[in-house]
Design a binder for this molecule. Sequence first.
Ligand SMILES: Cc1cc2nc3c(=O)[nH]c(=O)nc-3n(C[C@H](O)[C@H](O)[C@H](O)COP(=O)(O)O)c2cc1C
Ligand code: SF4
Length: 337
Amino acid sequence: MKDIFDECNFGEFKLKSRIIRTGAWERQTEDGGFLSSEVFERYEKMAKSGVGLILSEMFAFDPKDRFYEYSSNINYRGFIKDYKQITGICHEYDVPILGQLAFFYYDDGDNQKAEPNDLTIDGIRKLQAEVIMVAKKFSFAGFDGVQINMGNNFYLSRFTNPYFNQRKDKYGGNTLNRLRIVLEIIQLIKKTIGFHVSCRINIEDVRKGGLTQEESMKMAKLLAEHGAESIQITGRTISMKYDASQKHIFLDFANKLAQDIDIPVILAGNLRDMETMNGILNTSNIEFMSLSKPFIAQADFLADWKENGKGTSRCKGCNNCYSKKESRCLQFDAIDD
Ligand SMILES: Cc1cc2nc3c(=O)[nH]c(=O)nc-3n(C[C@H](O)[C@H](O)[C@H](O)COP(=O)(O)O)c2cc1C
Ligand code: SF4
């Protein structure tokens, strides 16, 4: 029988459990822009609690990017100092941590919002070089790898999506061509830094003419063939066409993908109780699961689950944290303070 607290291998990492904390903006800062003690305390609680792997919140690199003011970024003065401390906390508890890179707009030097069809080949090279620099900075700060967010509605999800990408050169057209920009990035990161590369991808795009599940499956396989070492499944949640009563909307897709590729596939979204999660582990090919809001609601909830052999997250799913763009739980933090 599989259990969420099984020790297991995840690429080159040995994890203490199958549970992955997935990113949530948490850039509470103090005067001078450095991370506040609240953030360090939260990381310590998570790392101590039995989590297997941590995916950081998104880091952007352009100050004019859409989520720049809420999320962290690699350009502030204290980045290396703060994140050396954060990654150090994780490593003290033998928890690997990947830095997530996500950007919504891309400034190619001429156009602050250059959409995929507008980018020149020089623009593509500039983008790729900047992504490699982010990965290098992650490496200086002690991260164990990078997660490229090419899901949700971020720039690389649009670049790889036939709805947005109608380029006529080798970066547009068929699946391999649209994915080429990312495949080249992965290969460069592997060559120059050598650390773990994870990709966060969409199950599909619900627009007519957008990415289908079949093509997304093909993309995941191409990513794995070209050096990606783990894949997390997500979607454009605001446009989900799924039945609201269907709780684990990515399960069937993740299950099939996990059968077809031999790198870790991470199931995400709405996982809230240990019994259900163990049920999924034992009736599917899923080996890894990621959770976000449960860690916002209580950073160390896994310690209670482990001790009791059962548990349900206290997150009520109100989504206020997301709406307010905060990693503070609006239901419980006031009570706990
Ligand atoms: C406050 C908040 C901030 C988030 N920030 C990020 C982020 O920085 N990067 C990311 O990939 N996803 C982010 N997400 C999405 C989560 O990682 C996750 O995919 C989503 O909440 C669904 O998982 P859950 O049901 O376990 O919360 C955020 C979600 C919330 C609620
Ligand atoms: S604010 Fe709402 S959705 Fe966010 S963690 Fe708290 S209960 Fe969950």
